[in-house]
Design a protein around this ligand. Structure first.
Ligand SMILES: NC(=O)c1ccc[n+]([C@@H]2O[C@H](COP(=O)([O-])OP(=O)(O)OC[C@H]3O[C@@H](n4cnc5c(N)ncnc54)[C@H](OP(=O)(O)O)[C@@H]3O)[C@@H](O)[C@H]2O)c1
Length: 420
């Protein structure tokens, strides 16, 4: 393959595909992204974007036209529909790099769970297609932790079963870096690369690491597998897949995922740690989503916040308290504190969020006329403060503005509806 060979990236708006697109562009490769919705595409300049749906093979012709290689992500829970897609790829392109799973076991007629069966089935189709292929058998993606983001944005606890299940989470950038090599270089054809992060971490350790990246004391709370099963099925996951995930996690308690050095061997750079991933994604876990976009860093921009929280109260309030966490623990909260220090604001560090309501009531008794909470306060604590204050003074929050008791309650209800 040469740099002139055009590469089609499927899943281009997803965690891994997006990185593959950026890296191919940076390497000077002609890139085409396959997307389902042309109206809401947010991809870097220089990528050719075409519409297509992997569940409708008849829509893939334009995307595959004059393409030499394909990065294939299979975003479905069964391999149904895959034969026609693999056939279409083989008709147009010479090479495919497929994002598979490290848990696929060679030589088995049936894999132990439906997710690995799906990956094994697609690998088999590709092997029989006549394409040049490389399988990227990935261990647990670090992005699996994004499933905790809503719980973390609204509190300090992540409820899950099997907190001691041990995985070797891999950064999406490392998978993308290997994918680009396999798509553009010779020497990777017929390889089944097992790609993992550089260390084994339990789920509970990953939660803690996420907390360290956002300067909050996050902890894992064990819940019975049956509870999680019922909740996930209620969210719409097929029971067979839920059982497969729970069984896999149960297995990983006794048998942690392995660690390989394949990323470094292929790219020349060691695989990124989960801590690096958590730092890169700190914005996904910080703050409280507002009622519209789930903004985090954007929603905490000091200028935007100034406009949002003051809402005219600035002129009339003579005494204002800004309640935030441990000084030095959250750089964004500190930045707001510094900004507010020049105003008529009392800075009130409250390292234990659960004490904020009591502190707020005490401040009112001292004559404070407006209370503002920093973004580190989750919606539950914020609502508790609003309730305790009982409308005596306005309570603001840097992420969702000044709210009445009713406003905060409505916000909380919206948030809970979205989380359930
Ligand atoms: N989670 C793990 O631990 C793990 C381990 C090994 C392998 N994997 C593999 O990795 C994949 C997830 O990769 P990821 O995290 O990068 O994905 P992701 O962030 O979940 O994104 C999925 C991508 O697939 C696209 N897509 C969904 N349905 C589509 C359709 N009908 N036609 C065309 N495109 C469609 C989405 O596009 P839209 O923007 O249109 O939604 C999006 O770009 C899994 O599907 C699995 O096969 C995962």
């Amino acid at each position: 393959m040469t740099r002139q060979t055009k590469v089609l990236v499927t899943g281009a708006t997803g965690n891994v595909g997006r990185e593959v697109v950026s890296r191919l562009l940076a390497a000077g490769v002609a890139v085409r992204a396959l997307v389902r919705n042309l109206d809401s595409v947010d991809l870097p300049e220089g990528v050719e974007v075409v519409g297509g749906d992997l569940s409708k093979p008849e829509t893939l012709g334009t995307g595959l036209d004059e393409v030499g290689a394909v990065f294939l992500v299979w975003p479905f829970l069964t391999a149904e529909g895959a034969p026609a897609v693999v056939e279409a790829i083989a008709w147009h392109a010479r090479r495919v790099v497929y994002l598979s799973s490290e848990d696929v076991r060679d030589g088995l007629e049936r894999q132990p769970d439906p997710i690995n069966q799906l990956h094994a089935d697609i690998e088999r189709l590709i092997e029989d297609s006549g394409l040049e292929w490389t399988f990227l058998r990935s261990g647990g993606l670090a992005t699996n932790a994004l499933a905790w983001a809503e719980q973390i944005r609204s509190g300090n606890v992540v409820r899950e079963p099997f907190g001691s299940a041990a995985r070797s989470p891999i950064h999406e950038r490392d998978i993308a870096a290997v994918a680009v090599r396999a798509l553009t270089e010779d020497g990777h054809i017929g390889a089944r690369y097992v790609l993992t992060g550089p260390q084994v971490l339990t789920q509970a350790e990953q939660v803690r690491t996420n907390g360290e990246a956002i300067n909050r004391p996050l902890r894992h709370k064990e819940i019975p597998p049956e509870t999680a099963r019922a909740e996930w099925i209620a969210e719409g996951w097929p029971a067979s897949v839920v059982d497969g995930i729970l069984d896999a996690h149960a297995r990983m308690v006794a048998r942690p995922e392995r660690v390989t050095s394949t990323v470094e061997e292929i790219t020349g750079s060691p695989a990124r740690t989960f801590r690096e991933w958590a730092t890169d994604h700190a914005g996904d876990f910080r703050g409280v989503p507002d009622s519209g976009d789930a903004t985090t860093d954007h929603g905490r921009d000091p200028d935007a916040i100034k406009k949002q929280t003051k809402k005219g109260h600035e002129e009339t309030m003579s005494s204002w308290a800004y309640i935030y966490g441990q000084p030095g623990a959250d750089p964004v909260a500190d930045r707001f504190a510094i900004e507010r220090a020049g105003q008529r604001t009392t800075l009130v560090p409250v390292p234990d969020e659960s004490e904020a309501a009591e502190v707020a009531v005490g401040l009112i008794e001292e004559g404070v006329e407006l209370i503002e909470l920093c973004g580190g306060f989750g919606v539950t604590e914020a609502a508790r403060v609003v309730e305790a204050v009982g409308g005596r003074v306005p309570v603001g929050h840097v992420n969702f503005g000044l709210e009445s008791v009713e406003g905060a309650a409505a916000y909380k209800a919206r948030f809970e509806a979205r989380s359930s």
